[in-house]
Write a protein that binds this ligand. Structure first.
Ligand SMILES: Cc1cc2nc3c(=O)[nH]c(=O)nc-3n(C[C@H](O)[C@H](O)[C@H](O)COP(=O)(O)OP(=O)(O)OC[C@H]3O[C@@H](n4cnc5c(N)ncnc54)[C@H](O)[C@@H]3O)c2cc1C
Length: 524
């Protein structure tokens, strides 16, 4: 993973000249005065942990699994939001952990937590490092230091109960490897977020992730049937049946807990048979409201496709254009729906026919498989494009929310207005990314010219968007989580008593507050 950007560095590329010209003409984007710093130019602050703590950590996990070198510390600094990347590109690694610790078992995680609680060292569980909400930058005030607890060594398929279709997997497994391991037995998780190539199963559970095929396979939290969690107060082992009436479901307390309550060391996940057939296709709707009404009907009446998403006019226009055609942005391509089906041949044919009938009845024009295949082919490419845009002097960032269907038009307009008012004349694109019978999520992508203070510029826009989301009745996050970036908006969403409940759980599981301080739990 590129330390200050996304993905495999060999896939990084410069923006084509026509796109740079268009960005300059449309948004006033200018190349930044200084290029991004290189890895060897960056120096993290001197590590703070005393030798006695490092010795205890080495005894816990083995000396070779405590990394103190600059590169390891830099690579565990923050996540992959645009402000994170802007700071890294500018050489700011002030949030670097003092050490990176790689445990190899649940017992080793528990021992690391014991050592860190004893010495008051903050612990940041680290999966793929793809958080986009500031979930990986611990508040270090009051602590002897900060340790990044990288779970990469916990990467096994532990067992598979094919009869129940439940797999036990370790949290440090990145999604592609988890899929490969399951595919050997004919199964899939069906969890394909845009961060698929790098994110881990533990991170998906801890941040309540949702993949692009959620209409068919469900969100990640729907897949979790059991969890083992190491906390400073002992082990939680949760989930012995698919559903239970034995009190509140404590699995839900850990899902979305973002490393603040404990470290997930094992996951029991519902798996599905590998699909025989995959078909993705495109449909065109004249307007976004027409598309939204159609998605609602499909989600409410079923049967659901596996993938169902709707781009608004702007996103459709930008997505359809090839670089050399970008000057034609004034055309009216309508709104693109991608509908995808995965499963057995018979099931795919049935759902495709039913959904197709509804889409046609609601005014959709079939575009055939080409737009669907194009979407499927490029579904993991956008983060690379972000790096190219940042290098060219544009800020590009995403944000997401959700609400019930009846509130969706208001939420959509409110967020667009807030972003536009804050940033002047940005390009604001949106798609409906996940649908349910009762509502849907909206996923916005914003492109704007970088100011002299791009981080401050984005933070102001994000505050405006968060306020708009709150006023319009949306949730502050449908699938990215709370982290540090959403704390201010999260507190009013759950109310004072809700915050007190979170604090109570934290106090019971992590009385010294060493786990990911500053993340998830709003300050009083
Ligand atoms: C380009 C890009 C695209 C993205 N697309 C999507 C998307 O389509 N859908 C989506 O849902 N999200 C998406 N995300 C956000 C991110 O990938 C998810 O939040 C993902 O769940 C994080 O997984 P991770 O392994 O990288 O976790 P990390 O970023 O390493 O950690 C995330 C949080 O979970 C905690 N944590 C990690 N592992 C554990 C563990 N084992 N136990 C306890 N706590 C733990 C961390 O401390 C942190 O607070 C995207 C991010 C990027 C950068």
């Amino acid at each position: 993973m590129l330390w200050s950007g996304w993905g495999d560095p060999v896939r990084a590329s410069e923006l084509p000249a026509p796109v740079r010209r268009l960005l300059a003409d449309l948004l006033g984007v200018r190349a930044p005065e200084s290029p991004a710093v290189t890895l060897d130019e960056v120096r993290p602050p001197a590590p703070a942990l005393p030798a006695s703590v490092l010795d205890a950590l080495s005894s816990a996990v083995g000396g070779g699994h405590v990394r103190l070198d600059d590169e390891a510390r830099i690579r565990h600094t923050r996540g992959k939001s645009t402000p994170d990347l802007l700071r890294m590109r500018a050489g700011d690694v002030s949030d670097a952990p003092d050490a990176v610790v790689l445990p190899g078992s649940h017992a080793e995680v528990a021992e690391v937590l014991r050592v860190c609680a004893e010495h008051r060292v903050a612990v940041v569980p680290f999966g793929g490092g793809t958080s986009v909400v500031g979930g990986l930058a611990a508040a270090r005030e009051g602590f002897a230091g900060v340790v990044a607890l990288d779970l990469a060594r916990l990467d096994r398929l532990v067992s598979l109960d094919a009869e129940s279709m439940v797999a036990e997997l370790e949290p440090g497994l990145r999604a592609p490897r988890a899929e490969r391991l399951l595919a050997e037995h004919g199964f899939t998780l069906g969890h394909f977020p845009q961060s698929f190539e790098y994110a881990t199963l533990g991170g998906f559970a801890a941040a309540r992730s949702s993949g692009q095929a959620s209409a068919g396979y469900g969100r990640f939290d729907d897949m979790v049937v059991g969890l083992t969690v190491a906390t400073p107060r002992g082990t939680l082992d949760l989930g012995r049946a698919p559903k239970s009436a034995a009190g509140p479901d404590l699995r839900q307390v850990i899902l979305g807990s973002e490393g603040a309550f404990g470290v997930i060391t094992s996951l029991r996940l519902r798996v599905r048979p590998l699909p025989e057939v995959r078909v993705y296709e495109g449909w065109r709707f004249a307007t976004f409201p027409a598309g939204v009404a159609t998605l609602r009907r499909v989600a409410q009446e079923g049967p659901a496709p596996t993938v169902l998403r709707l781009s608004d006019e702007t996103e459709t226009m930008v997505g359809l254009a090839r670089p050399e055609e970008l000057g034609t942005l004034a055309s009216e391509p309508g709104c693109l729906v991608i509908a995808g089906y995965e499963g057995t041949a018979g099931d795919v044919a049935y759902r495709r026919e039913c959904t197709g009938a509804t889409l046609s009845e609601m005014g959709g024009v079939p575009l055939g498989p080409e737009p669907g295949e194009k979407w499927a082919h490029g579904r993991y490419s956008a983060p690379y494009l972000r790096d190219s845009l940042l290098a060219a002097g544009a800020t590009v960032e995403t944000l997401e929310t959700a609400c019930f269907w009846s509130g969706l038009p208001r939420l959509y307009e409110a967020v667009r207005r807030a972003l536009t008012a804050s940033l002047g004349s940005p390009l604001v694109m949106c798609h409906v990314s996940h649908v349910y019978a009762t509502g849907a999520s909206l996923y916005f992508t914003v492109v704007t010219a970088q100011s002299d203070d791009p981080v401050g510029q984005w933070e102001a826009a994000k505050r405006a968007a968060n306020d708009a989301i709150g006023s319009a009745g949306g949730t502050i996050s449908h699938h990215h989580g709370v982290g540090r970036d959403h704390l201010g908006a999260y507190a009013p969403e759950i109310g004072e008593l809700g915050v007190a409940v979170l604090r109570g759980v934290k106090e019971r599981l992590d009385p010294d507050g060493i786990l990911n301080p500053g993340v998830l739990i709003p300050e009083s």
